[in-house]
Design a protein around this ligand. Structure first.
Ligand code: MF3
Ligand code: CO
Length: 289
């Protein structure tokens, strides 16, 4: 797309190109020419889109707050699904997981050695000592948001509490590594370092993702890697950071019967926390948590 300085900007702001994205585009072009991996334009959200994603995230955050208030020992994961579904729909929103690629429920609930994509069921009851990930994703007015939290049921073993704590620290450190004109690899590097010094491993075959106009957009956000590598982080990018941290090895497998539930290969427990984050001119912002 070759725009003149006085044309309307491509982003839809209605402003002239020279008063809007021209400076950013010139910077991106020069970085691209130097061989850096630059995000395509569609991954850079404009003001209106960012506002839309934030509205979606408000509902998503409220759903997780409600789950946090209600979750308790003896509850089935089906009951969590109902809480999420009903609150989301009553807010005028849509639970993004429902029917996504055939996923049958409104939320993912992943317990102990389930890494992610656990399907709520009447037969799965929260038990003393469980560590539980509840992963909530919302579509509101066409905009997507995505976040997850861990919950500990009753008395949880010390080593499992440590896993939950370190996974949260991994997410926080990953978020702190987000800065404009930094790299995706900066995020993965700090997460991998923190997980491994604590004796844990980082799941490789699943990761974070761009989000906002669709549920899963580019880029793939690896939770391992090297500082200074991968895509350049540009203001306006919105993506998730959602490290899955394992007590044992990082290998996982998908349940052959339901084609969704992801388990650790070795049966060790896995913990995950997720934010949706926005890269800003100054740094970064947590949108959904
Ligand atoms: N919420 C998950 C994520 O963080 C995706 C779940 S896909 C589903 O990316 F279909 F299982 F919901
Ligand atoms: Co996600």
């Amino acid at each position: 797309m070759n725009l003149n300085r006085n044309d309307q900007c491509w982003c839809g702001s209605g402003k002239k190109y020279k008063k809007c994205h021209i400076e950013l585009d010139e910077k991106l072009d020069s970085l691209r020419a130097k061989g850096f991996h630059i995000p395509p334009r569609k991954l850079i959200k404009n003001k209106e889109q960012i506002e839309g994603i934030k509205e979606s995230a408000k509902i998503n955050n409220a759903v997780l707050d409600l789950v946090q208030e209600k979750i308790k020992i003896g509850m089935s994961t089906e009951e969590i699904d109902k809480i999420v579904h009903d609150f989301t729909v009553n807010s005028g929103a849509i639970p993004a997981p429902l029917n996504y690629g055939g996923f049958p429920k409104s939320v993912c609930v992943s317990i102990n050695d389930v890494v992610c994509h656990g399907i709520p069921s009447n037969d799965t009851i929260l038990q003393e000592g469980d560590i539980v990930n509840v992963d909530v994703s919302t579509i509101y007015n066409g905009y997507y948001s995505d976040a997850s939290r861990m919950f500990m049921i009753g008395n949880v073993a010390e080593e499992d509490r440590k896993l939950v704590r370190v996974a949260k620290e991994c997410l926080e450190k990953g978020f702190e590594a987000v800065r404009p004109w930094g790299f995706l690899g900066d995020i993965g590097a700090v997460i991998q370092e923190h997980a491994e010094v604590n004796g844990f491993s980082v799941v490789r075959s699943f990761g974070g993702h761009g989000v906002g106009l669709e549920f899963h957009e580019d880029p793939f956000v690896a939770h391992y890697g090297k500082k200074g590598e991968g895509m350049v982080l540009v203001p306006g990018m919105v993506f998730t950071i959602e490290p899955m941290i394992n007590q044992g090895d990082y290998e996982v497998f998908v349940d052959e019967d339901d084609d969704w539930t992801v388990f650790t290969e070795d049966g060790g427990y896995s913990a995950q926390w997720e934010y949706t984050v926005l890269v800003t001119e100054e740094g970064a912002e947590i949108i959904a948590k």
